[in-house]
Design a protein around this ligand. Structure first.
Ligand code: IMP
Ligand code: MG
Length: 180
C-alpha cells in the first residue's frame, strides 16, 4: 500500500488534531440539542467514528448510502441505496462527509434530508476540493477541515477502486497505479 503513495498530503497527526477541533466545536454548538450525526457511506466511516467518539454530549448517529449511476460524476444521477433509519423531522442534524468534490453527492444528500424537515441541517466535511466544484452548486459547509488541491486522494476512508481506505493518513497515489 505505502509503495503506491506518491506523497502524504495530511498526516495522521494533522487529521487527528482537526478531528479533536471539530468534536469540541460540535459538542459546544449542539449541547442540549441532542443532534443526529448523519454519515454518508462509505468514505466517511473512519472520520465519522473518530469525531463522534470525541463528542461528549448526548447525540445519535445514523447513515445513508447513495450511489451514482451512469456517465461521469457531472452527468450521473444519484439514487438512495440506504435511507436513514431515524425520523429527523424537528431534529438538529449534522451531515458528516469525507470530501466536498463536485458537490453532486452533498447537494443530493442535503436536499434529501431537507425534505424531511429537520429543525436545522449543517454540513461538516473533512476535505474540500473547490477546483472540482460543478458550477451551480452553492452549498457552503459550515465546518471544513482542509481545503486541498485538485488531486485524487486516498486514505482515511477515501478509496481508489475500494482500496486504501484503511490508511491512517491522506495521500496522493502514484500515477502508475491508475494506469495499471
Ligand atoms: P462529489 O463529487 O462531491 O459528489 O463526491 C462524490 C464522492 O466521490 C465523495 O463522497 C468521495 O467518496 C468520492 N471522491 C471525490 N473525490 C475523491 C478523491 O480525491 N479520492 C477519493 N474519493 C473521492
Ligand atoms: Mg463519500
Amino acid at each position: 500500500m505505502e509503495k503506491d503513495i506518491q506523497k502524504v498530503l495530511l498526516t495522521e497527526k494533522q487529521i487527528q488534531a482537526k478531528v479533536q477541533e471539530f468534536a469540541e466545536i460540535l459538542s459546544e454548538e449542539y449541547k442540549d440539542k441532542d443532534p443526529i450525526f448523519v454519515g454518508v457511506l462509505k468514505g466517511v466511516v473512519i472520520f465519522f467514528a473518530d469525531v463522534v467518539r470525541k463528542v461528549d454530549i448526548p447525540c445519535q448517529i445514523d447513515f445513508m448510502c447513495i450511489s451514482s449511476y451512469g456517465g461521469t460524476s457531472t452527468t450521473g444521477s444519484i439514487a438512495v441505496k440506504k435511507d436513514l433509519s431515524a425520523d429527523i423531522e424537528g431534529r438538529h442534524v449534522v451531515i458528516l462527509e469525507d470530501i466536498y468534490d463536485t458537490g453532486n453527492s452533498l447537494e443530493f444528500v442535503y436536499n434529501h434530508l431537507m425534505a424531511k424537515k429537520p429543525a436545522s441541517l449543517k454540513i461538516c466535511t473533512l476535505l474540500d476540493k473547490p477546483e472540482r466544484r460543478r458550477p451551480g452548486v452553492t452549498l457552503k459547509p459550515e465546518y471544513v477541515g482542509f481545503t486541498i488541491p485538485n488531486e485524487f486522494v486516498v486514505g482515511y476512508g477515501l478509496d481508489f477502486n475500494e482500496h486504501y481506505r484503511n490508511l491512517p493518513y491522506i495521500g496522493v497515489l502514484k500515477p502508475e497505479v491508475y494506469e495499471k
